[in-house]
Design a binder for this molecule. Sequence first.
Ligand code: SAH
Length: 306
Amino acid sequence: MLPKELRAALAAETFSFDAVEPVVVQNSNDKQTIKGLFRLHDGNEVEAVLMQHYGERNTVCISSQSGCAYACAFCSTGQAGFTRHLTPTEIFDQARYFARHLAAQGRKITNVVFMGMGEPFHNYAAVMDAVRLLNDANGFGLGHRHITISTVGVVPQIDQFADEGVQVNLAISLHAATDDVRSSIMPVNHKWPIAQLMDAVGRYIEKTNRKVFFEYVMLDGVNDRPEDAEALAKLMLGSLYHVNIIPYNSTPDAKLGATGDQRIRAFSAILEAKGIACTVRIPMGRDIAAACGQLRAETQPRAHAS
Ligand code: SAH
């Protein structure tokens, strides 16, 4: 938790020091998505994105670490490796940057998602402090229910989060329904295989009675077959289990391809036929490399060359 005086200073309009400095800011063609690459005091860089859902919702996606230690095969950040944890202020200030941008148009941030670079549950204390800042009346006064933390599936921290007593939403990056497939794209599955992960989710639901969102990025020929949908359906144990199907933003470095729209529809139809709650996420900002770690991956070679 930050000292009271610092929080008061953060709230003051004249306060100008930022823990993150924008280096590149890109607008998508439809103006709905703005992506920022921010530099930290030590030269490390992180990304954050503002997604404006036609004036209805303004969601900011923020980073919790510079880089990531979990090395998911489909993720640019994971492929680049881990640099360091962010401080609570470095996390909060990404949102503050976009809050100022919105304030200039008389608008506000309505939702914050920890779906930028890094693994929030690998930097647990700082992320929870950043949540407190977002929630604090001197910060944004953003309700817990409007904040979502997405994890690769760090089991001990799922249990810790269950005991936290906050109404922050939990999203689990599942991405496969069998250990063979999940281990082949997410090394974390060797440490906490699906059964252990789903047990932790079960304990979380038992304690909190809150809905859990399962992210499932559609990878061509890897996890998108009808039998994958069948296996996924078996893991979803009731109305508090919600699948978010994510069309893959292919990255230049990955050998993986995106599942086409028709196959995505077929996959979600299988889940729906089995009564599983499921949403297909609408991709935003594809023209500005808005997927996790993509902007940094694009700009860094240039930065090194100059
Ligand atoms: N470490 C956290 C937050 C990561 S980013 C986690 O793993 O949940 C948020 C989501 O975006 C994760 O589900 C991640 O797997 C997904 N993601 C990463 N790269 C992607 C890409 N290129 N296309 C679509 N989704 C991607």
